[in-house]
Write a new protein. Sequence first.
Length: 392
Amino acid sequence: MESFYRTHAYLVEHTNAPVRRDLMDEIDWNDRLIGIKGTRGVGKTTFLLQYAKEKFGTDRSCLFINMNNFYFSTHGIEEFAAEFQRRGGKVLLIDQVFKHPNWSRELRRCYDNFPNLKIIFTGSSVMRLKEENPELCDIVKSYNLRGFSFREYLNLQTGMKFHAYTLEDILENHEQISRGVLAKAKPLDYLRDYLHHGFYPFFLEKRNFPENLLKTMNMMVEVDILLIKQIELKYLSKIKKLLYLLAVDGPKAPNVSQLANDIQTSRATVMNYIKYLADARLINMVYPKGEEFPKKPAMIMMHNPNLMYSIYPIRVEEQDILETFFVNAMWKDHKVNKGDRNISFLVDGEMPFKICNEGSRLKNNPGITYAVRQLEIGQKNQIPLWLFGFLY
């Protein structure tokens, strides 16, 4: 146990989160069982350690453990939690909980047997905490940690503390909001870099970002999908090939029959793999209004622009990048559907948006909101695209 305390103290001491995530203030920390999901690379471990540093410092009543530790190959979570509580422990932080067999049943036993112990754990976005783990459905509170928004990236690069706005705020007050931001920073000077490498916090590390992202993407498939969905290793190459084919095709409806032929499997299996890739936050599935999985999506997009530059940097189309940025920003709190010929997307079933590179050539339709790449300040129904990066 002492070695865990030493590791915890070292990690907390050396944790220096560059941006304080808003999720820190959105979570009700009074709950006894809290799950924090997110795609690989968005900073879940750092988030846990930052919480420990902020709330507990070096107090031994809080302890961070990682299920990668070989100790847990022969010891259970419940056994460890009992010993931790016996030593005065109150808050147990468990990283990568899904690496431990029967983790959900053990968490349930901890919840039932240790009413004075709070457990906060991280897991993959592929996990369906309540749907696939009925023993937790009535006790766990689940939250999602996303990659950096453009707002968070801008704060990091400029030292500012711009706050998030709701979609309603942006639609009604975008000119005033834009002027307030522009008085302190020039967002367009930072947008291209964000689109290339700003979503994943590890861009701050002194390593080659594209290579690091490719490694992370492989881990998403090899661990998050294969391990959690219990898919045999022999099918790994098919899933990777499918991801590549979807990526290089660009944002459009998938030809499921052709994809099934290309990776030599059934149409049903292709659709299941597509769903797994979406759960892993590698792609987004965009449907027409009123439709959803298991129907074929009207468009498959990469989850965020960084992934596009990493997979096929030579073939990236500017319009595809802009639309991917918009959908990714909207995805947190809004439903995005495919629009008809005249609009790009329908948001929340009623708001039509068109994503444009320049506003000067627009044939303005007053019933459509235009998100325009080159604008610093918009007017009426033309809004700077960068401002939608302030939604979280």
